[in-house]
Design a protein around this ligand. Structure first.
Ligand code: NZQ
Ligand code: ZN
Length: 381
């Protein structure tokens, strides 16, 4: 097991009707900026619950943080924070709303432009405190420090790390209005978060392995019910908790990670606007195949424990495990080939060009360079 320091300071509140708890959690002595996406919260009653809980608080609303939040939009909210003496931020919606809010909270305290902060985190001078009401299980943003910000003008998408949300409220009934596609993307994103913290080396931590496999198995088990329009409360509660546990540090203690699927996926989204979870499932089988030797022992363990693949030579087991993974993504109704979304060689070439120019090296052994990325993406067309 590698050395590690673990600290997660977010208070997590999950349950039916818990949005009402906002009244006891938000600061009374600070002006609050409540941030939203495009309006889903108005259609599912979440907005009304938030407004009811905020009665008597001093707050302003900021609308329009889009999926894959754009710095062009977030700059406007930074101005509001600076001009209106905002002291606390509350994000209400999906991961994009919260991610955008994390950048706003940090950019509000510096003179420099918000995108400069993304490119140069050393500019950060603390953060306004922020919290969330999360309505989409996927990113784990509700209990981690990360956010991923896009720049429309430059066609780039990069991660930035702030502090943790002070608290996050998850009411599973708020997910009942999620379209099937967003549910599928959320399941896929959760699954791949765990994979990227797990599918590296064997024997670092049997405990972390079992926790990671537990989340993976749960996602596979609940997926059909999540996708159905049953809206079973406990199923959606477990979906929410799986997403949170998938990326809040709990499965990552002391183990080697490999975020190459995400890093390549962000480039595809930056260039083509594809939804995050959908994008990842097109990339992961390629990464597994490219690193089949390096990751072989772990792929075999994953295949055995998650997909019940126990027979055949090592090579056959690796092939069957990659195939089972792709088949799972297809069972969610997602495309697993770039060409299915009209993405071709020109996009691959641009990503390879960027990685070459930046000297990007990904993977647990930093051996996914531009040439390996080229191989990975070409086999996924
Ligand atoms: O904008 P509104 O109108 O609210 O609608 C949203 C949006 O159109 C809608 N939605 C959200 N909750 C809903 C709902 N519709 C009906 N009922 C509900 N309860 O869903 C659409 C997608 O929302 P979005 O917030 O974009 O999705 P998600 O939560 O998957 O977030 C994706 C973003 O998070 C980043 C991704 O890169 C992407 O930019 N990620 C953030 C991470 C993190 N902070 O740690 C890690 C992830 O790997 C990921 O990269
Ligand atoms: Zn993700």
């Amino acid at each position: 097991m590698n050395n590690f320091v673990f600290q997660n300071t977010t208070k997590l509140i999950l349950g039916r009707g818990e949005i009402a708890k906002l009244a006891g959690l938000l600061p009374k002595d600070k002006r609050i900026l409540v941030t939203f996406g495009g309006g889903s919260v108005k259609r599912n009653g979440v907005y009304d619950q938030v407004v009811a809980a905020l009665e008597g608080f001093d707050y302003l609303e900021f609308w329009g943080i889009e999926p894959n939040p754009k710095v062009e939009t977030l700059r406007k909210a930074v101005e509001v924070c600076k001009n209106e003496n905002i002291g606390f931020l509350l994000a209400v919606g999906g991961g994009s709303t919260l991610d955008g809010t994390k950048l706003i909270a940090a950019a509000a305290l510096i003179e420099e432009d918000a995108w400069e902060l993304v490119l140069n985190p050393k500019l950060q001078r603390g953060s306004l405190p922020f919290a969330s009401v999360m309505t989409l299980p996927a990113t784990g943003s509700e209990m981690n420090r990360g956010c991923v910000i896009s720049n429309l003008a430059t066609g780039e998408k990069f991660a930035f790390y702030n502090t943790f949300p002070v608290f996050s409220i998850l009411d599973p009934t708020t997910t009942f209005t999620l379209p099937r596609y967003q549910r599928a993307c959320g399941l896929a994103d959760t699954f791949i978060h765990v994979i990227e913290q797990y599918l590296t080396c064997v024997d670092e931590s049997p405990l972390m392995d079992r926790w990671a496999e537990g989340v993976l198995q749960t996602v596979v088990e609940i997926a059909p019910k999540v996708l159905s329009d049953e809206n079973d409360y406990d199923t959606m509660a477990n979906f929410m908790l799986s997403a949170t546990m998938g990326l809040n540090g709990f499965v990552a203690m002391g183990v080697t990670q490999d975020w190459s699927t995400h890093r390549i996926g962000h480039e595809i989204t930056a260039l083509c606007g594809t939804t995050h979870g959908q994008t990842l499932v097109m990339v992961l089988p390629g990464v597994m195949n490219e690193l089949r030797e390096q990751k072989g022992a772990k792929i075999v363990q994953y295949g055995e424990r998650v997909w019940g693949i126990t027979e055949g030579t090592t090579e056959e087991r690796i092939d069957r495990t990659i195939a089972a993974t792709e088949e799972f993504f297809r069972s969610l109704g997602l495309a697993t080939r770039l060409s299915e979304l009209g993405i071709g060689e020109d996009v691959v070439e641009e990503i390879v060009r960027r990685f070459r120019e930046r000297g990007t090296r990904l993977g647990e052994q930093l051996n996914i360079d531009y040439a390996a990325t080229d191989r990975i993406l070409r086999q996924r067309i």
